[in-house]
Write a protein that binds this ligand. Sequence first.
Ligand code: CMP
Length: 138
Amino acid sequence: MSKRTFTMIKPDATGKSYTGAILDQILKAGFSIKAMKWIRLTEEQAGLFYDIHRERAFFQELVDFMISGPIVAAVLEKENAVADFRTLIGATNPAQAADGTIRKLYAASIGENAVHGSDSDENANIEADFFFSKLERF
Ligand code: CMP
């Protein structure tokens, strides 16, 4: 089991100035930050990151949203990182997210859902590699 996961704070949350509160909640939950950057994705980059969803009806909506403003990308470390982070952020649809989770607190809809969290150790590695060189991780 890997100790690392990957996250993005999405444009809805950065635009509403929730970045600090979300990072605070992540740190208080015991995660440490191993890499982080504030970045605005191009359409091509957002499409590549979410390539697995390319055939889904919501794909273009997802890409348009993800390039609508800056994001914060980060690699996080903690025992059981992938599963524990998904518990911390709550269900993809904030309407179904548990009380106290990041999406319940800060997300408006399934499309604009404040944060991304990797769904497996394998994808955590792939997603971290997408954003960060080895020099940018500690
Ligand atoms: P994320 O965890 O970043 O992974 C894929 C994203 O696709 C997901 O969060 C949602 O933001 C988005 N998504 C999933 N289902 C839908 C949907 N039905 N409509 C719009 N966006 C969706």
